[in-house]
Design a protein around this ligand. Structure first.
Ligand SMILES: O=C(O)C1=C[C@@H](OP(=O)(O)O)[C@@H](O)[C@H](O)C1
Ligand SMILES: C=C(OP(=O)(O)O)C(=O)O
Length: 439
């Protein structure tokens, strides 16, 4: 039976060394590129969260053989392209899954119908449908370009597309469609976003050029490039690391080391921000693994102070603002988070839910259309509430972290949704000494 609630109680320090589950962004991409490739792809460290498992099932529906060999070890045998699916592709809760898979599927001459859970069906898909249509794909969607929708691809042409919002999902959808297009595909990013697609393309034998210009980052590839299967190593997910790291910073006496965390600069905005807040964070054993920089990150309890987070940092930590906002609630002074309007179109409206939840915990918070400001007084927030998460895994984990060091316990609803991105969250946090109870 799935638990109705999870409660975090304030308690002793968190201590220990942990290894994180694999990065969610890289895991989706490994399965999709493996399915598009000819030959075998072996993946080590795949995140076995619900979002990624849904992408694995989708790849099977498109004709790939997807097999679990052991914990985090998966084998994908691609067919050198997608076959027409005989079932609706249900991507569950995963925006990344559905948007990247639609991009990949748009290259092929068949119809595919996509859907997702109640949260995903509310999220905007026009942002990928617009460029895919400009490349020659057709679609029928619910009002406002929502799921469920049917996409008919094939016969794509090249495109030059300037991203209207900082979105790695939109960039990746266009690049994935570009793999089957005739002509050149150019994506211009006014602000650089996570570059896992570009990095992994190279590992699968696809040539892609990246150039920083006065106009932004320009990503250029020739259409119609084949992929060959390869080995993929998936480093630890920094978006999941956010929770034990912030928990250690706000819980007196704590010292937690996260081993093998992805340190790609386009994902490292949270660590940069926490260090600026005065967080005692050290990085050691920096190395390269699977074409990405990784390292071991240690966080110790610290007296934090408020900062102004540079808006241009937003793409490098977009999923980590809820965790940062919790750190800010324990800090002294104002933490200003602006330029984060994209948070409103995630699994929930994360600006609104963080503002409501922090206020309920006794924190002074101000909501703006594209941002929010948290004012801490250097004392643990009151807590003592139940938070409605609207099924958003990151809202749930953020408020559980709050409860570990607040004056009284914090309860969240729908804790089962945490398994979309971090199925081992409860066990890992308990292993560090956290008091987390399901009911
Ligand atoms: O490309 C990706 O893997 C992701 C990109 C981000 O979304 P946007 O592209 O919508 O910013 C992020 O929020 C999401 O969790 C993962
Ligand atoms: C926004 C997120 O994921 P997605 O867009 O893939 O649903 C997230 O994991 O915080």
């Amino acid at each position: 039976m799935t638990a109705a609630t999870m409660t975090a109680r304030p308690g002793g320090p968190l201590n220990g060394h942990v290894r994180l589950p694999g990065d969610k962004s890289i895991s989706h991409r490994a399965l999709i590129l493996g399915a598009l490739a000819s030959g075998v792809t072996e993946i080590d460290g795949l995140l076995e969260g619900e979002d990624v498992l849904a992408t694995g099932r989708a790849m099977q529906a498109f004709g790939a053989h997807v097999e679990r060999l052991g914990e985090g070890r998966w084998r994908v045998e691609g067919q050198g392209g997608f076959k027409a699916p005989t079932e609706t592709i249900d991507c569950g809760n995963a925006g990344t899954g559905v948007r990247l898979i639609m991009g990949a599927a748009a290259g092929f001459d068949f119809e595919a119908t996509f859907t997702g859970d109640a949260s995903l069906r509310k999220r905007p898909m026009g942002r990928v449908l617009d460029p895919l249509k400009a490349m020659g794909a057709h679609y029928q969607a619910m009002e406002g370009g929502r799921l469920p929708l049917t996409l008919k691809g094939g016969g794509l042409k090249g495109i030059q597309y300037r991203l209207p919002m900082a979105s790695a999902q939109v960039k990746s959808a266009v690049l994935l469609a570009g793999l089957q297009a005739h002509g050149e595909v150019v994506v211009i990013e006014p602000e650089a976003t996570r570059d896992h697609t570009e990095r992994m393309f190279r590992a699968f034998g696809v040539t892609v050029d990246v150039e920083d210009t006065a106009d932004g980052r320009v990503i250029r590839m020739a259409g119609g490039q084949p992929l060959s299967g390869t080995k993929v190593f998936v480093p630890g997910d920094p978006s999941s690391a956010a929770f034990p790291l912030v928990a250690a910073l706000v819980t007196p006496g704590s010292s937690v080391t996260i081993e093998g965390m992805l340190l790609n600069p386009l994902r490292a905005g949270l660590v940069d921000s926490l260090i600026e807040m005065g967080g005692d964070i050290t990085i050691s054993n920096e190395r390269e693994a699977g074409g990405e920089p990784v390292g071991d990150v240690t966080a110790r309890h610290s007296a934090l102070k408020g900062i102004v987070v540079p808006p241009e940092r937003a793409p490098a930590m977009i999923d980590e603002y809820p965790a940062l906002a919790v750190a800010a609630a324990f800090a002294t002074g104002e933490t200003v988070m602006r330029g984060v309007g994209e948070m409103r179109v995630k699994e929930s409206d994360r600006i609104a839910l963080m503002a409501q939840g922090l206020e309920a915990c006794g924190v002074d918070v101000e909501e703006e259309p594209e941002g929010f400001i948290v004012r801490g007084n250097g004392q643990p927030p009151r807590g003592g509430v139940t938070i409605e998460t609207e099924g958003d895994h990151r809202i749930a984990m953020s408020f559980l972290v709050m409860g570990l060091a607040a004056q009284s316990a914090v309860t969240v609803d729908e804790p089962g949704m945490i398994a979309t991105s971090f199925p081992t969250f409860g066990a890992m946090m308990r292993g560090l000494g956290a008091s987390l109870e399901e009911a």
